[in-house]
Design a protein around this ligand. Structure first.
Ligand code: PEP
Length: 244
């Protein structure tokens, strides 16, 4: 059976004092039902804080990106091996904000996923179409192109991936894909993953998930959990989503 997973993406938010309160409230409120996992992906400078706060709890942590390079003259980059030293279980790769503002192409995202896998970190590979692409009717072509790049890079490690479908028009906008709209794309992704041997890969939905819409989304056949941005910054809301 595929595991259920909810992951918080703090984006570029946080501060030492606020993080301490948030991490301890999340850890205290999560009783980790069987087959369900909760994780937070924090900015790099807070990884040590997340590691200290969560290592004795049932909440996992990770980073929001990772370098495709192993080591060397790559100023500003953070390698997968460094993330391992801070106990990261996950690294998000290919978030639409990285693709949009930082030039992450499908090839770069694939290389980042490979770099994470090589050190035992689970990449959470994000795919999703823009509003213009949806309106042009090319949603399926876009997400398949994006997932194919990551699947090819994963090779025999495909079962160690997590994939998140995040329609770009739903991220941080308050506009969510309806459960039926999300399910259509998830079914397409599921079929592609299954044909490549990745039938057990958890497939998350992300884009303005809140406590009041999570249950309906997570009830869909091919949705195994969520990647949560804004709502992961409030412990009560994040835990309510995780319990959904
Ligand atoms: C995200 O950052 O991955 C995300 C889904 O953001 P939000 O939940 O705020 O739309």
């Amino acid at each position: 059976m595929r595991g259920k997973l909810v992951v918080g993406n703090w984006k570029m938010n946080g501060g030492l004092a606020a993080n301490a309160a948030l991490l301890s409230a999340i850890a205290a409120g999560w009783n980790a039902p069987t087959g369900r996992e909760l994780a937070v992906c924090v900015p790099y400078p807070y990884l040590a804080q997340a590691q200290a706060a969560l290592s004795e709890t049932r909440v996992a942590w990770g980073a929001q990106d990772v370098s495709e390079h192993e080591a060397g003259a790559y100023t500003g980059e953070v390698s997968a091996r460094m993330l391992v030293e801070f106990g990261c279980r996950y690294a998000i790769v290919g978030h639409s904000e990285r693709r949009q503002y930082f030039g992450d192409t499908d090839a770069i995202v694939a290389a980042k996923a490979r770099a994470a896998l090589a050190t035992g970190i689970t990449p959470i590979a994000c795919v999703g179409e823009t509003l213009a692409e949806r309106e042009q009717g090319v949603t399926e072509a876009v997400v398949l192109r994006q997932i194919d790049a990551v699947v090819a890079a994963a090779g025999a490690d495909i079962a160690r991936l997590v994939v998140a479908y995040e329609p770009v028009w739903a991220i941080g906008t308050g506009r969510t894909a309806s459960p039926a709209e999300a399910q259509v794309v998830h079914a397409t992704l599921r079929a592609r993953l299954t044909s490549a041997g990745g039938q057990s890969v958890p497939l998350l939905y992300g884009g303005s998930v809140k406590a009041d819409n999570a249950a309906a989304l997570f009830a869909m056949t091919d949705i195994d959990g969520g990647l949560i941005g804004g709502a992961s910054l409030k412990a009560g809301e994040f835990l309510a989503i995780a319990r959904a």
